[in-house]
Design a protein around this ligand. Structure first.
Ligand code: ZN
Length: 354
């Protein structure tokens, strides 16, 4: 029965008919979700989301297809499980394995691999079989018993427009370090809460990293200009000097001009900072006016590849997330590398972490 085209007056149905049709709709929903997962697999293999300017399949599914983050996460994790264990698709379609449990299994296998005890295919098959016909909490308990040492999945919950609740587990060793930090900071920040300590640490680390990357270019320019000019002057031709003060853009331009063409070299810090500053610390890949703008795993990309004689000059450099940097290389160098690249494309490289 095609439920999409049949407009039923539910009030006229007998209760038996209402229940049987509801069950048929549930089966239809599972079949359609399996079909959607199949399409996502193909989109993923073609790296279509990268072409469209999304940094990850997760971002494509949430922003282009409009699914919620949790719905996207479950479908993508189930997709990866079905790629690894094709039998789980059948189990999902016949209703013995729920989508949530399929996603939990995949997250568990990924966490096991990350902790250095990757499951074999046979172990995965056995665990997946055991997860059939289990509720979510039964599945959670089963996975916990299998690997009690694995950290629980991290969770972010929106409490209000300005508040988030984070949930994650940490080692006893890290907890002791936090306690020690709280003691050492007790004069400056008495009775600091965990959230306050985290804010201090994150702000301090961000300030250092952003300065390194050139996102605080103005401040870097004011503080470091004279010392940078001195360092650059040692290895490069004398830069343009105006009013007794070195012009930063000319310094960078001079440094870039002196770099070899077609050869990978360590780019001078000033050039890297210029690239980061120009891109405002975001991926610059663009497709039909849609910019990726990801801040995750950013790299400096040679728009005209070095392998094809591209230069190390500023005009040839841009900031790209790791996935778009790889995608651009495939587009420039050929599709032969596509399959191997698809294997390392980060499935969810957006800032949203689950
Ligand atoms: Zn990108």
């Amino acid at each position: 029965m095609n439920f999409m085209n049949v407009k039923m007056n539910l009030k006229t149905l007998t209760s038996d008919r209402l229940l049987s049709e509801t069950k048929m709709i549930v089966n239809e929903e599972r079949r359609i979700t399996a079909k959607l997962i199949e399409h996502l697999t193909e989109i993923n293999q073609r790296l279509l989301f990268l072409k469209l300017g999304y940094s990850s399949l997760f971002e494509f599914v949430t922003k282009e297809l409009g699914l919620s983050e949790s719905a996207a996460q479950r479908r993508i994790q189930a997709m990866r499980l079905m790629q690894d264990l094709p039998d789980t698709r059948q189990a999902y379609e016949n209703g013995s394995l729920s989508l949530s449990n399929a996603a939990k299994l995949q997250s568990h296998f990924q966490a096991s691999k990350k902790s250095g005890v990757a499951k074999t295919i046979d172990e995965k098959k056995e665990i997946a079989k055991s997860a059939e016909n289990k509720s979510q909490s039964e599945c959670d308990q089963m996975l916990f018993k299998l690997s009690p040492e694995l950290p629980a999945p991290e969770k972010v919950r929106i409490l209000s427009p300005t508040l988030r609740e984070l949930k994650f587990s940490i080692s006893e060793e890290l907890f002791k370090k936090i306690e020690r930090l709280r003691e050492l900071l007790s004069h400056a920040h008495p009775h600091a809460t965990l959230a306050e300590l985290m804010e201090l640490l994150v702000t301090s680390h961000l300030t250092k990293l952003e300065k390194t990357k050139g996102l605080q270019a103005q401040r870097v320019q004011q503080c470091d200009e004279s010392s940078n000019a001195g360092k650059m002057g040692e290895n490069h031709r004398t830069p343009h000097v105006e009013g007794g003060k070195a012009d930063r853009s000319n310094l960078v331009h001079a440094a870039a001009k002196s770099l070899p063409v077609g050869i990978r070299v360590a780019l001078p810090t000033q050039i890297k900072q210029q690239v980061w500053s120009k891109a405002d610390g975001r991926c610059e890949y663009e497709y039909q006016g849609r910019r990726c703008s990801s801040r995750y795993q950013l790299e400096i990309d040679h728009q005209h590849p070095l392998a094809l004689g591209g230069s190390n000059e500023l005009s040839n450099l841009r900031l790209a997330c790791k996935n778009h940097n790889g995608f651009a290389a495939i587009q420039a160098l050929g599709a032969a590398k596509m399959s191997s690249f698809a294997n390392f494309v980060n499935p969810k490289s957006s800032s949203a972490r689950k």
